[in-house]
Write a protein that binds this ligand. Sequence first.
Ligand SMILES: Nc1nc2c(ncn2[C@@H]2O[C@@H]3COP(=O)(O)O[C@H]3[C@H]2O)c(=O)[nH]1
Length: 816
Amino acid sequence: MRWCCGCAPGGSSTVSESHAAPLVVGSGNTNHRRSRHADDEETVAMVSQTSLSSPPVTATTTILREEGNNHRELSTPPPVTPLVQQQQFYYSPGKTHIYHQLPISGQEPLTTGPPLHPSGGETVSGQTYIMNKYGSMLLRPCKLVLFVTSSPAPASAECAFFQRLKSSSWTIHRTVPDTAKDDFHKFRPVLILLDSKLPNLQSTASSLHSLPETEDVLFGVLCDRALSDKRRKTLESEFHQYFLASSTDISLCELYAKVSAQLRALPAFFTVVDEAEQPIKICDENDIIQYVNRAYEHISGVNRAEVIGKDVSEIRLKTTKTASLPSAIVPSSAPTEIDRHSFQTHRRRSSEWHCIPVPSSSASHQYVYVKRGSADVAICRDLSLKSLRSAGALVDAPITEAMSVLANLMHRCDEDVQPMVREAIKILSSSELYAPSITRFRDSDRIASGYYEGLIRLHQPSRHRKRSVVDAFRDHRVATGETRRRISSDVVNALEKEDSWQYDVIALERITNNHALSHLGAKIYERWNVGETLRCSMDTIFKWLTVIEANYHPNNSYHNATHAADVLQATSFFLSSEVIAQYAQDVHAVAALIAATVHDLDHPGRGNAFLMNTRHKLALLYNDHSVLESHHVALAFQLTLAQPGVNIFARLPREEFINMRRAIIDMVLATDMSRHFEYLTKFQQLTTNIPDIEDNRDANSLTICRMLIKCADIANPCRDWKLCKQWGMRIVEEYFEQTTEEVEKGLPITMKGFERETCNVPMTQCTFIDMFAREAFSSWCEFAELPQLLNMLEFNYDSWKDQAGTWDPSNNSKLL
Ligand SMILES: Nc1nc2c(ncn2[C@@H]2O[C@@H]3COP(=O)(O)O[C@H]3[C@H]2O)c(=O)[nH]1
């Protein structure tokens, strides 16, 4: 089937002499004049198309490179019987123009029309722009009629029907039966009208129907008066419609011109898809394969004729076991366009294939599978770790780069190499090779370097000054208060909806007079049956919570027991997610709750860098490694095991205690921000290979729970704005106090940008989101299917941004 588009070159809508015209598929230079020796390579693509009315549309492409007037065949895919004749058109890859060229030797495709209309969906100077979900495409309805009559000379006065057609920019070519076929090939009309007075009307129509390219052409008979039923019945096998010469209704013709213009775009797209470097296949909603491209044939070793029409599950690919298709998860409801972009879409999870539901208005859906890690990153998400980082990621560890190369390689190499590459990735991701270096933020960005120095790099060459800055940890303030809980109705009410993300833990802090942790903890532990797992009573658990709460510093503006309650509440919320419940083991879930409770125990209100710079005894004790985090969890076990009546692990069998303790330590240590990107990368690596997640449940559960508590620890920016803002002010106040002390004592400033006199608080929050929160929650929310948290993060980011422009540092003296 050959196509032409019916506008003259240059976009005018005058009746054109020649009707081949370019179909611009991409943006490209639409004024590009194709010359015989164009500066960029021109190739001729011969495409055979099935009839458009009979899916699946298969296309074989024989690429011919044009050299002079000769065409040398470039590549031939495995033979698939073309159902119809060859179509010939040109495309120049560099400019993604596809020229439809009638196979008249030597005829140049014409220059293209004006540039794509930016808005799309409009008709400008006779050109129609079709806006689809992926952007506008320039299509020009082909308004060409071939009128077959016995007298080629036009009647003195055109009939009303023809006048109406011409007034709507239609071109009418008259011909006689003997030259009708040649003229059809020459003009490529969308509408063939035969004069009802033709002596051999039916045989003429039948002869034209025999041309394969007429399968999508509208056949009409033009008559002076309405046909009798009998006459219509005899003609119905040859004609789709009869038109009265006296009629001025051309609506069917107009519609058909538009529809066929869209259909004509198919060969272009199939050529692009067929020539794409990455394997692509298209399935319908029943997972029947409708189409595969040449790269798929190449990588799978099967010919498309062997797979088209087959059920995905039947496909056993010859060369790549892993390339088998994932079993489909049919969504309960057809994903709408919006769904497609929400995390709730039931994507067919597979590490090998990126599945894209094709948005369509119909209930049934097609799915495009694109093999991951393939050449054309533009379409499929590249598995390299680098691409897993948000484009704005500021930090890349050398090891991450190496793993990104390996992840890419893994999906391109053949099957016997793949396991080795996969193993290499596992080895690299298991050892401490992550030494993130801030690579992309401006040195002048003091806040970002403040976070980097103060949270990640930590160690400062420091002047030695003996400091007994924080001795509070010696003062083990053990609560000797009563352990029998009396709960007022206010507290009971304040504990309502503790399972909601909107829960206001700061209100609970107020109502309980700084005992949010013990009260909220008791409720959450009870809801999670922690007592059952630990084989201890809720009374013991409440006593334990009271002791732990008493060892947080109430005078810290941020790192106090309410922050622990906040992180515990977030941990409980995340554990409630269906996806997490599927992957987190019970022991790790309970460990996460306990870890959240103790994760900042006895925090001195100063960061690790400060303790290291002051040679604090904790820094000496823990050799500058995760100093505070080690202290939090060590003290937690000391307090638990040393205090009679509060040992919540007392009844745990030894083996279970060892496992529980290991998991709690692991998760608390994971809150050390100096290893943020290490844990994040491992989580991303794991969750982009969903099938792998099944084969090492224990280790994977821990990786997920580490990420869970990490996100709970930095979840402030995802909370309701009122809470987000309060937490932001609290953390900055604590930083101000640290910086003030560093200045007073001549210590290195660990958190640059957090000087009370000059700090732009909203800007510090935006930087925290840019550097840490956005990327972590993008990965976390996609995996845990919590898209609403990302929406809140971006809303809060914009709220901080709005304030940053007018922030007055004089506000910094009264943040709380
Ligand atoms: N600026 C800013 N930093 C935060 C916020 N939440 C957590 N952090 C930082 O992330 C760190 C996580 O570990 P810590 O609790 O030790 O200290 C925390 C802060 O340094 C926030 O809302 N704003």
